[in-house]
Design a protein. Sequence first.
Length: 280
Amino acid sequence: MADQNTIALIKTLRERTGAGMMDCKKALEENGMDVEKAIDYLREKGIAKAAKRADRTAAEGLTKVSVCPKCNKGGIVEINCETDFVAGSDKFIELTQGCLDYVMQNDCADLDAAVAGTTGLFNDAALALGEKLGFRRYDVIAAEEGQGLGSYIHMGGKISVLVLLEKADAELANGLAMHIAANNPAYIALEDVPAATREREQNIALAEIAADPKLASKPDMAKAKIAQGKVDKRLSESCLLFQTYLLDGAQTIAQVLEAKHNKVLKFIRYAVGEGIEKVA
């Protein structure tokens, strides 16, 4: 019988790939019980097309975003608590707003400075709410002259998005923020994809091609070109510019921006609890 650690790893791998239990067990055994290597192994074998984002697990709390048109500055925060019940309380909503106001009004050097500056707010809220609270992260964008900011809050603060455009266009910026909240792109363009991520996808694509008997007779240069096409197609799904604009349904984001003679310089998307492992 497998030990509890092995069972937990199999469960994690199944959640992230959708592969069967025995396939996951074999993949882990073949790869020294390394989940990331096992994911690649399953993808190379064609058992799993892509890893699911299991790191997008939920811890409770709220995100909040705000744009100040007068100062042309935007801010976004995530504040955490233990239960969804507390996250919906007036006191916690007030705490989240207070933290956002603080980082918008003060030039914090880093998260430690933001935490230190809001200690009083947290002490007061903790006494009232009786839960462990945390200031997880924040970001502030100060737009330069001519640039524009947009924002969107989804599901009462479960997701918040802040967008910076090359040219001020509030309607477009807010629409793009809504799109990003719904479609969750990881990058703006293909050139923004980290080299390590591209290399990983390249290795998987080459392994798939090597295992395909229909491609066995292809010359190496042709195989490399096919692999490059596979990689670009997969990575483009995570790039904002290649996605079909939510508010249009026909044009890609790139086409919409081209028509508007505009450009997305940066976006920040916070979803409550992403990347936090919630202990059962």
